[in-house]
Design a protein around this ligand. Sequence first.
Ligand SMILES: [Zn+2]
Length: 292
Amino acid sequence: MRPIFFHQDTTKTKVQFDTTKKGYEVAHALQALRHTIESPLPLSRTVLERYHTKQYIDAIEFGEPHDLAESQGFAWDENTWLSATAQTGAMVAAVYAAMAQGSAYALASGFHHAAAGHGGGFCTFNGIAIAAGEALAAGARRVIVLDFDAHGGGGTHGMISGWENILHYDLSTSPYEYYTPTAPHRRAHVSNALQYLPTIQALLEDLDTQVLPRDVVILNAGMDSYEGCDIGGLNGITIEMLRERDRLVDIWARRNQLSVAACLAGGYQGNRYPQELLVQIHTESVLRICAD
Ligand SMILES: [Zn+2]
């Protein structure tokens, strides 16, 4: 098994929500299957300052200004900083491990709506953009962000759109954070479930002509497009289709010898999306992407 990262501080916020608690639940499910979970270093302030404004970083660390400290939509508390740096630290650890070992998974979420100067949509710091930037700084030839969370990743797009050697392909099933990407980045919106897998296949085929071995893929592997998910689900998208999506990405990445760093992203339990099913589909994604 390739490396899987989770930091216990992720769950320390007073507010308990899927973005903070499900990483712990997936880690437990994996440990029950006798897989090892590695604890990453929390992300340092030095690295954060390369991507987020000092005012916003201060707000998350110290709670002021209040509106900014809660701009992602959660009540701030003294552990908000620990949780956010634990999650982004896991994502950066995963991208380094993927570059060295082929693939890795961060049991972390809450990244792609965060902008340089504020949070949004349950996302505090943008671990996707940070991991992409750190991968490029560490010598990656190119980073391809595949954002398959149900919602648009406009925070990521705003941060990375001017960078070189990065491609952002964003597939959404919810109109939340609809934005128009600048070239060469692409955004696809699916409102008919029958188009979900064909659209993913077309995106991957398009990338087949561009990628080279050891290019780094950051996969935002959200499970919130499932029709039972109250936040982002689309009628007709089944758990089996999400499974097939990850299978397509995994086959494509291995065939092209790409390095894949994935994270949990969205997926919210509710009446029609029981916790066991949510944890199971995320766990299956980890087992697939991180298989030797
Ligand atoms: Zn989402």
